[in-house]
Design a protein around this ligand. Structure first.
Ligand code: SF4
Length: 189
């Protein structure tokens, strides 16, 4: 297990961990895997989603992530585990698997997986390896919770907190996936 660093109680990382452990927290803070992914896809998307603006489930943006996940590995003993703020998929060998839906979303998927590994380590004291898979390209990449990954995850948690507690959303910046984003009309029409 990686070393735990001390930090102030105002630190979003500490608040998240206290919330996850069920401690009495004045201002609980939760981060889901999807929030971690959105943060790395588009901060505006994260902010809009944090305000419970309904996503059209038929939208291809949502489908890009879920359809692949549901269909791939369906017959290979993949099991879903819900644990506190996270819901992840485990392979038979105990590794956590995250499906990379497209090459443009590789880093968001890698950070989502890293967050799951971090959460398991920090909240449950369970060390796990991860595998990032791209079924259509028959590619797999091992992901470990290195100290560099821990730093990136904790930096992202603080960044997510900053985004979701802001009074207004970050301005829209054109991205390759804006056309297929559920919030397209809120940004560009
Ligand atoms: S349409 Fe583009 S800028 Fe707007 S939320 Fe979606 S990805 Fe972000």
């Amino acid at each position: 297990m990686t070393e735990r660093g001390a930090s102030s109680t105002d630190d979003p990382v500490d608040r998240l961990l206290a919330t996850a452990r069920g401690d009495a927290v004045e201002d609980p803070f939760r981060v889901t895997g999807v929030m971690m992914q959105y943060y790395h896809v588009c901060e505006r998307e994260l902010w809009l989603a944090s305000r419970n603006l309904e996503i059209d489930r038929e939208n291809v943006n949502v489908v890009r992530g879920t359809r692949v996940d549901e269909s791939a590995y369906a017959d290979r003993g993949k099991r879903n585990l819900r644990f506190g703020m996270i819901s992840l998929d485990l392979l038979d060998d105990g590794r956590v698997i995250e499906i990379k839906p497209s090459s443009s979303l590789e880093e968001p998927a890698r950070m989502q997986l890293s967050y799951y590994l971090w959460y398991l380590d920090r909240v449950a004291g369970v060390e796990r390896e991860g595998v990032l898979a791209h079924p259509t390209e028959r590619q797999r990449e091992s992901v470990e919770l290195s100290s560099e990954r821990v730093e990136k995850v904790e930096r992202a948690i603080r960044g997510i907190h900053q985004v979701v507690t802001a009074d207004s959303p970050p301005s829209a910046e054109e991205k390759p996936y804006c056309e297929s984003c559920a919030y397209h009309d809120l940004c560009w029409c």
